[in-house]
Design a protein around this ligand. Sequence first.
Ligand SMILES: [Mg+2]
Length: 206
Amino acid sequence: MTPAPPRLVPVFDLDGTLLDSDMALVDAFVACGIPAESVTFGHVLADECARLGIAVDHYLDAYDAASAQPFPGVVDLVASLERWGVCSNKAGRSGRAELERCGWSPDVALFAEAFGGGPKRVGPVLDALGVAASEAVFVGDTAHDRACARDAGCAFVLAGWNPRASAGPGDRVARHPRDVLDALGRTTGPPLAAPSHELGRRRPSR
Ligand SMILES: [Mg+2]
């Protein structure tokens, strides 16, 4: 009998991965007087605010934590998880509000403040979960997320259900949130999509 595959523990980026938050992020910057087309994604909030010349508190006051909705299929995915974590550059104030609004209780959730003002790191999340890098998968939507997984030494899965996500060479791409379960070795469902560069299309500028 073939032994069951190991069950890996998923750690997720939040914005653009679990939450379809691009519009909420952009709206907050626009409310601060920044043109929508100037906004980029996947950065430390303080860095992006500095780049755009606004105060972080001004941005956070303008951010509507009730606006972003989970991507289709994410609610079912999260409900099926036994242990999971969140690793996000989002400010803890808005990140925790989003988790609470969605009714999500990850075993570990680290936000920007946990990383001392620098970019997020998956390693501290794994440490807090008590899992080795070889036992974890980081799921994210940006090149920064891919680098975070590489730096932590864990597998990376691209959240290909976000049409903004752009696959890199060799990326494992989940086209639907349920595909993440395959990456965890938990189901025998359809295989993950082959690496594809077709996911690099961008949404129109808003
Ligand atoms: Mg993201």
